[in-house]
Write a protein that binds this ligand. Structure first.
Ligand SMILES: C=C(O[C@@H]1C=C(C(=O)O)C=C[C@H]1O)C(=O)O
Ligand SMILES: NC(=O)CC[C@H](N)C(=O)O
Length: 860
């Protein structure tokens, strides 16, 4: 038997570079590894053209790192990114004559886009323009507006706000004087299409500024100073939808080269060798596996455990390939995190990083087992992050950008939060449900759908573990053989399906939205105001629908219904602090009794937030870690069969028509494009220069109740970054925030009345010991927690929302929010019906249909 248990021993990679907030760190984050041999995709410029030092001032936009990445492809050293408020003006200048050793380091300056008006920006960017007449400066969008203002023009609302749409611009000849420096648009077509993200624009430009391009609606889209090498573009050259963006930046680079004097050097970290904590054992089950379904296996081994997770691909064969299930009962392997209790350095991501990657930069980076298994998971941490972990990631990124010159990093985000929360009286029980929680899956069962096979994965820390794992593998192997046999013999006498008829009775449960319809629609109006002012381009506004259940329940029954009603590739069931006597024996059903810290998540998410996988397209090329996001933006209702009756031909055609019109919709395409640009930005922070690319733009995927528009963005992780760095750079998923992320999240917090989103809008998934990862976006999910009102009562909470843009209509958006909640909401109703009927039934064999209208809250 032993020969069947293959054990993989993994080789030690190099030490991790820990978070020092210095220039070196910032540069390394974006640096290109010149030794890289991969070609995913081939980076555009292997010969860096410009040996210049570039300053990029970030106005806290979600597109800054797209500019950074493109510029880094042109320069020998990546730009130094400095936050707009990182440096106070006093420390910029060495003497009264205004000489500045800070600005003197740079051959060129780029002013990023950003939320808000140019008038309200701190002095750094204004000073950059006024104190550097001979240094090439490029202002993008807000940066362009800052330049217009600095030279005496005015900036005010544009005729209409335009975000994420491409428009034609046309070059104009010089009107008054020919500028001294060449145009940014030289050698470019006289007219091409560019993406716009702005609510404001420049007016009344002084004669020192020449207008270089305009859009057809007569808005100034480009300026150039007549005597200084200072340029501005109102549109976004870094957007995926802009033509000639790189060529434009190259023209700017040429300008820098001509005026450049200095060169910069950046030191790099040394790579010390050290060893990894875990080794991995894998056993492939030999029995005929198709007869033991993941559901059966989960019920048998895990459904009653106090801490357990099933990462389920309930929609297979349409997307989603892997099921992972595990449990833990060792207190030392269970990490529970409460945001409000955390101290610096003990936040959840730092904890996980320490567990996974201490002495081991990217996990088992040189893991040579990749080719042996058809998937990336090798055991590791399973768990979830609530949306509120954003406070940690936001703080981390802010420090990184501010840390360049200031060692004194006063941490305002947590203070702000404390103040808000104190005024808000959060109940004790709510506080005790963790903000994030993970356990170390030392023994996992993995089902790979495409090959219809079960794998057992065991982690090994010491030799004792090897023995334990072998015992476990033997037992499970024998067990599964038994299940398979029993299944075969009982195949003919299947239990009668439970006939659930949605109209036969009205469920006794009542969901109440956190903010009623009028408030929600009012919030949408407020979003429009923020957009018009230029404070946001797109906001993912959400609401919570809550209901209470005072009854004995089996939360696993709810999950069984959810996965049937709404099959989805990133579905998951999590139970936390919730032991049960439920043994998986259908005839002996026992119930879950909540403790004050219990949490159950039933997720049927269609959306991947972020994954890391090991790629090796060719045996001679070293493998590399690929990050992938698949953000969804754009939703429309499907035509749904009623009471199990098939769709007519006309209905099928109508369903198809809806998918096509989603694909063509200007509003949805703009929403999607903005989030694609945002994810490119977030991933560029930790990926190799030039590697971030969009591999699928605006694909339509169809689920039980909705058609969705999905894009795929990929990049190669830099050698100094691991999956935790990727989470720090990208969490929470941009599709749940909108853009720009920071300003938009702050606005949303107010509109959502400081109510925590909780697990909703966060993520659930795995962080594997080999550096791989897969996390969903926690939507279309129910969170079940103990009620704060009454002992023994449960609270079920379903979050739902949608992106608000300048093009949104309040009524439609409210309906869209309900539409998204619908599948899970009806699952809960069905579950409650079963509880009310006290029916012992085969949930899995029941016929489920979804009612036609989302009328559950029509009253509210
Ligand atoms: C906010 C939700 O979904 C998000 C918003 C979407 C949209 O605006 O079209 C689509 C998918 C999700 O990223 C939700 O399901 O609650
Ligand atoms: N993308 C941007 O830089 C936007 C600039 C400014 N906030 C506007 O809306 O016009």
């Amino acid at each position: 038997f032993l020969t069947k248990i293959e054990s993989f021993f993994v080789s030690p990679p190099s030490t991790r570079f820990l978070s020092t907030t210095t220039i070196t760190r910032i540069s390394l984050l974006q640096s290109r590894d010149d030794n890289q041999n991969n070609n995913d995709p081939p980076t555009e410029n292997d010969d860096k053209k410009y040996n210049v030092s570039l300053l990029l001032i970030d106005h806290y936009d979600s597109f800054t790192y797209n500019l950074c990445d493109m510029l880094a492809q042109l320069t020998t050293e990546p730009p130094i990114v400095v936050a707009k408020d990182a440096i106070d003006s006093a420390s910029l200048f060495d003497d009264e004559n205004g000489s500045s050793s800070f600005f003197d380091q740079f051959d060129g300056i780029v002013l990023s886009p950003g939320p808000g008006t140019p008038q309200e920006q701190p002095p750094l960017s204004h000073l950059a323009i006024s104190k550097n007449p001979d240094v090439p400066i490029l202002g993008v969008c807000l940066g362009h507006q800052l330049m217009s203002l600095a030279y005496g023009g005015s900036v005010d609302r544009a005729p209409v706000p335009i975000h994420g749409q491409d428009h034609r611009i046309v070059q104009r000849g010089p009107v008054l004087a020919t500028p001294r420096y060449p145009s940014l648009f030289r050698d470019l077509p006289s007219s091409f299409r560019v993406v716009r993200y702005h609510s404001l624009c420049a007016y009344d430009l002084p004669k020192d500024l020449t207008v270089t391009v305009k859009s057809l609606d007569d808005v100034v889209q480009g300026i150039q100073h007549v005597t200084h090498p200072h340029y501005g573009v109102q549109f976004h050259p870094e957007s995926i939808g802009t033509e000639n963006g790189m060529a434009l930046l190259e023209n700017f680079g040429n300008q820098m080269l001509e005026t450049s004097s200095s060169t910069s050097t950046v030191s790099s970290s040394d790579n010390t060798q050290s060893s990894s904590r875990f080794r991995v054992m894998v056993h492939k089950i030999s029995s005929s596996p198709s007869t033991s379904s993941p559901l059966q296996v989960f019920e048998k081994y895990y459904a009653h455990k106090s801490h357990t997770i099933w990462l389920d691909s309930s929609s297979y064969p349409s997307r989603g390939e892997l099921d992972i299930m595990s449990t833990s009962s060792r207190p030392e392997d269970i990490i529970e995190y409460h945001l409000d209790d955390n101290d610096i350095g003990t936040d959840i991501l730092s904890r996980l990083e320490k567990e996974l990657f201490e002495n081991d930069e990217q996990g088992v980076a040189r893991d040579n087992t990749a080719e042996n298994l058809p998937f990336n998971y090798r055991g590791g941490f399973l768990g979830f992050l609530s949306y509120e972990v954003r406070h940690d990631t936001q703080r981390y990124l802010k420090r990184l950008e501010r840390g360049v010159l200031n060692s004194d990093n006063t941490d305002d985000t947590m203070v702000e939060r404390d103040n808000k929360k104190n005024g808000n009286g959060h109940s004790e029980s709510e506080r005790r449900v963790p903000t994030a929680a993970f356990f170390l899956a030392r023994q996992s069962m993995v089902y790979h759908h495409p090959t219809d096979s079960w794998f057992l994965i065991g982690l090994v820390e010491d030799d004792n573990d090897i023995k334990k794992n072998i015992e476990w593998m033997k037992t499970v192997d024998a067990d599964l053989m038994m299940i398979a046999k029993n299944n075969e013999s009982s195949l003919k006498n299947e239990t009668q399906p439970y006939n659930y008829s949605p109209n036969s009775r009205r469920s006794s449960i009542e969901f109440v939205p956190n903010r009623p319809r009028t408030t929600y629609e009012n919030d949408i109006a407020k979003c429009h105001e923020y957009i018009k002012k230029g404070d946001s381009y797109e906001l993912c506004l959400t609401n919570k629908l809550e209901a209470y259940i005072d009854a004995n329940v089996s939360t696993f029954d709810l999950y069984r219904i959810v996965r049937k009603v709404n099959p989805a590739p990133y579905s998951a069931y999590l139970r936390w602090n919730l032991p049960s006597d439920y043994t998986g024996n259908q005839n002996k059903k026992l119930y879950d009794v909540p403790s004050p810290t219990s949490l159950v998540i039933c997720s049927s998410s269609p959306e991947r937030f972020m994954s890391v996988s090991r790629q090796q397209p060719h045996p001679e090329i070293p493998s590399y870690l690929q990050a992938e996001a698949k953000p969804i933006k754009g939703t429309c209702a499907r035509v749904i069969a009623q009471n199990g009756i098939c769709l007519s031909d006309a209905e099928i055609r109508e369903d198809d028509r809806r998918a096509r019109s989603l694909e063509l919709s200007l509003k949805n395409r703009a929403e999607n494009l903005m989030i694609v640009d945002l994810l490119r930005n977030d991933m560029s922070r930790v990926c190799k220069t030039g590697s971030v690319h969009v591999s699928k733009l605006m694909d339509i995927e169809s689920f039980a109740t909705v058609h969705q528009m999905v894009s795929t963005i990929r990049g190669t992780l830099s050698d100094s970054n691991n999956s935790i760095d990727l989470l720090r750079a990208t969490f929470p998923g941009g599709s749940m925030t909108g853009a720009p992320k920071i300003s938009t999240m702050d606005i949303l917090e107010g509109l959502e009345q400081n109510v925590d989103r909780g697990p909703y809008a966060g993520c659930i998934g795995y962080l594997s010991v080999n550096g791989c990862m897969d996390m969903n976006i926690m939507i279309r999910s129910a969170a079940v927690t103990p009620s704060e009102k009454k002992d023994g009562e449960w609270k079920v909470s379903i979050g739902a929302g949608g992106a608000i843009t300048a093009l949104s209509d309040a009524e439609d958006e409210y309906e869209e929010m309900l539409l998204k909640a619908r599948a899970v909401l009806e699952s809960v109703e069905k579950w409650v019906d079963i509880i009310d009927d006290d029916k012992m039934m085969e949930v899995d064999d029941a016929e489920y249909t979804i009612s036609k209208s989302a009328d559950v809250f029509a009253k509210s």
